[in-house]
Ligand binder design. Structure first.
Ligand code: SF4
Ligand code: SF4
Length: 67
């Protein structure tokens, strides 16, 4: 986790909509869409990596974002 890190949907097609990432995100960045997880408000992401570490299907990746 570093300043400017944000979540990305690295492998969105692998999402099975289990909802774990939504549950573990402390700032409500993620939501479940019709088919897969979606980023609801990227500005709230603090780069904590909870979602990446908790997703069983390697869907999410927290990366450095240039602002
Ligand atoms: S990195 Fe942390 S704050 Fe950002 S979406 Fe994942 S769990 Fe939420
Ligand atoms: S934890 Fe992974 S598989 Fe489950 S909803 Fe989130 S992104 Fe999809």
């Amino acid at each position: 986790m570093a300043k400017g890190d944000k979540v990305t949907l690295a492998n969105s097609g692998w999402c099975k909509r289990c909802g774990i990432c939504v549950h573990v995100c402390p700032t409500d960045v993620l939501k479940l869409g019709q088919d897969r997880v979606e980023i609801d408000d990227i500005d709230k992401c603090i780069g904590c990596e909870n979602c990446e570490l908790s997703c069983p299907d390697f869907v999410l990746k927290v990366v450095k974002v240039n602002e």
